[in-house]
Design a protein around this ligand. Sequence first.
Ligand code: FUB
Length: 453
Amino acid sequence: MKYKPMKNYKSLLFGLAVIGMNSLSAQNPIVRNQFSADPTARVFNGKVYVFPSHDIPAPEGKGLRKDWFCMADYHVFSSENLTDWTDHGVIVSQNKVAWVDSSSYSMWAPDCIERNGKYYFYFPANKNIAGPNGRKGFGIGVAVADKPEGPYIPQAEPIKGVNGIDPNVLIDKDGQAYLYWSMGNLFVAKLKENMLEIDSEPLAIPDLPQKGLKEGPYVFERKGVYYLTFPHVENKIERLEYAIGDNPMGPFKMTGVIMDESPENCWTNHQSIVQYNNQWYLFYHHNDYSPKFDKNRAIRVDSLFFDADGKIQKVIPTLRGVGVTSASQEIQIDRFSSKSEKGSAIAFLDSLNTFYGWKTILSKDAWIQYNTIDFGQKVLKKIQLKALSENGSTLRIRLDKVDGPVVAEVAIPKGNNWKTVEAKLAKQTTGIHHLVVALKDENPVEIDWVKFE
Ligand code: FUB
């Protein structure tokens, strides 16, 4: 995963206007070489930084319990265009924090915030010594850095008076900082100016649903309204809900659902909401790379919108995600925007190593559409595809919509191996367009990626 600067921003805006879109519409999941969960996104120094948990398959006999969450460390990722993400590597690990039980693999959902040029990274983990109540359990620690990427120096002890998971910090407009966390209820306490100690008794936030697990508080302020967002088990698995108030300590009034339960039964979800370049985004997770074990998750991002009265519009999860894809990079059309109901399917390239990604399978009359590709201003001459077709077939490539102009027809030779095939472009294409790949003949085709040169 290498960072590439966004190309040609003006042509992007122009292109979006041309195809009638009012927002940027990265592929999901956004971290593609490791499991990741519980993403807290923050805008620091003009970039988006994401601080997720780092799920791993549990080493035999390790962790809090069998078939459960297992995390030994944290990475941080950043992006300027929300499409290309840089992994800055491990910033905090269970072996390097004095108070953490390094056999617990319990480094759950974190947060990070900037104050006076310092970056405060908050993380929960199991303690290695019992607190004053005689119990070990989860504490919340802080690690401090001069840059968002670190290096982070962990404090020797967890925050006193706080037992729980899923820390989140809000610094209000008057400079007062608040720490939120969960442990059955959702809690809030003021933080001292040093950001390392609480400055008020923990308050269990009232008026929230009493039935069903609540966790993962994330609070933000918009136009004087404080939004308390959190995952809640209304039925069997978590969905993202929110309550609003006019004070960071509440009271908050339950207001709505941000994202429904996963149709694939991923038991947890976990959110953060951030505004970047005039667009709001929801960061969340799903178990894309681990469909059979939902404790190995993958983080995603989709656009989020508000109604005129400040209510959050429900976010429908997408595979396409956000951002602009360059026509000259391998376009993973399996992260589609839409596809034909019949004849189109998505499958792992290698079910034994899901991180190889997915392929698109098209059979009779099928098509698939991938939105918001930047063809740039230079004339591109050909299309390349990595594809395979047992009996040989032809693909028809269109722009913008299912019956849009045809830019190429690509013959896929008969065979059982992946081949890179190419065809000349029949039409000069510049600016931003959607891409439709459709089957022209009847014989099925599998497609790994598409790109333009
Ligand atoms: O990642 C472990 C736990 O699962 C988090 O702390 C919760 O919010 C849930 O996502």
